[in-house]
Write a protein that binds this ligand. Structure first.
Ligand SMILES: NC(=O)c1ccc[n+]([C@@H]2O[C@H](COP(=O)([O-])OP(=O)(O)OC[C@H]3O[C@@H](n4cnc5c(N)ncnc54)[C@H](OP(=O)(O)O)[C@@H]3O)[C@@H](O)[C@H]2O)c1
Length: 341
């Protein structure tokens, strides 16, 4: 009898996409309280690219397996698991541990949430990290109120497109920066696009709104970008940094520069605020909130209320190609690895 084997992607050393290698190994066994999930789809993100290519004190050391979110079928239960059954289709976030680029993964049972029938696993996985991040930024850090105006940078990207969709559902007036070829996507999501490469977004926001926006969500960051985002705010506005895309171009030094800029901007006595988003990091401490929010988004997906922008589905074994696609940056939305099951 052929024993089933697991295939998993490993970052063998820091470097380009070619450092992502497929390894074969025994199936992982669920510990007490864990479920084993046969993965169907795993999310790929700009964060994974950063972990693969850059050194930073808190980043894991190779060898490690990236991947923050998965969707798959529960195929084995550890001792004492209740409320989840073999055969259930589930989605989950790996709580910052990574490990999603794999055929089989063991996760604590409360980390997985049922996926409603009829939902496409690739679309479901595109919801997990991006929509939870967007939710925390919109309703946690920024505390948006219906009728407010927001500017979302990278509006056609994974987190950006989630911010636009959830922002529209919260009754906000949404403006979004994106490169020109992605404007159609931004318009379809319901936002007014701004071509940040060919126009000054601060001037454009002023001409479109008069006095600026209530909130800017900035996944790009970097000193100059954050300063300009701050200037796009109206009096009493809030600037929320949700990522660090600029580190792809400017290197990891973008991180201390961004944090320093935020510290300096906080000193300005003009009534504007820079609330920090705990982002996803807050959720492991609040499992009920994590489960309720993710379950609600998966229900919304099943009902057609939200629809993630999908960039590409790539076989797990071709994870290097998935990273190349993301780094090229020509496609909008989420890149997903699929196992073919
Ligand atoms: N805090 C959290 O918990 C959390 C969770 C998930 C992700 N993140 C972070 O959020 C960031 C975005 O991740 P992602 O997966 O959404 O990346 P992504 O899908 O690659 O999207 C990034 C987008 O930014 C756009 N962009 C690049 N430079 C820009 C600029 N100067 N101005 C405006 N747009 C620009 C890109 O397209 P165009 O330039 O072609 O428009 C692209 O659409 C990453 O830094 C990631 O680490 C944070």
């Amino acid at each position: 009898m052929n024993e089933a084997r697991n295939h998993r992607i490993v970052v063998t050393q820091r470097g380009g996409p070619a450092v992502l290698q497929l390894v074969e190994e025994n199936l992982p066994e669920p510990a007490s309280g864990e479920v084993r999930v046969k993965v169907i789809a795993a999310g790929v993100s700009a964060y994974d690219v950063m972990l693969r290519s850059r050194r930073f004190p808190k980043f894991p050391r190779p060898p490690f397996t990236p991947g923050e979110d998965i969707v798959g079928v529960v195929d084995k239960l550890g001792y004492g698991v209740a409320g989840v059954a073999e055969g259930d289709l589930v989605a989950g976030w790996t709580m910052g541990r990574g490990g999603g680029y794999t055929e089989y993964i063991c996760m604590s049972a409360p980390e997985v949430v049922p996926v409603p029938q009829g939902v496409d696993p690739a679309e479901a996985v595109a919801i997990v990290v991006n929509y939870l991040t967007a939710h925390m930024a919109l309703h946690g850090a920024a505390g948006v109120r219906s009728g407010e105006r927001i500017l979302v940078h990278g509006a056609a990207g994974g987190v950006g497109s989630a911010l636009v969709q959830l922002g529209k559902l919260a009754g906000l007036e949404v403006y979004g920066t994106a490169s020109q070829p992605k404007h159609e996507v931004v318009v379809e999501l319901g936002a007014t696009p701004i071509d940040y490469r060919n126009e000054d977004f601060v001037k454009r926001i002023r001409s479109l709104t008069g006095d600026g926006v209530d909130v800017v969500f900035d996944p790009v960051a970097g000193g100059r970008q954050l300063w300009r985002s701050y200037r796009a705010l109206r009096k009493g506005g809030r600037l929320v940094m949700v990522g660090m895309v600029s580190s792809e171009e400017n290197g990891i030094r973008a991180i201390p520069f961004s944090l320093l800029t935020i510290g300096l901007l906080k000193l300005l006595p003009d009534g504007k605020r820079l609330p920090l988003t705990g982002g996803m990091e807050e959720l492991p401490k609040d499992n009920a909130r994590y489960r309720e929010t993710l379950a609600e988004f998966l229900d919304w997906l099943a009902a057609g209320k939200i629809k993630p922008v999908m960039a590409a589905e790539v076989p797990l074994a071709e994870a290097a190609r998935a990273h190349e696609l993301l780094e090229r940056g020509t496609r909008s939305g989420k890149v997903v690895l699929v196992t073919g099951d």
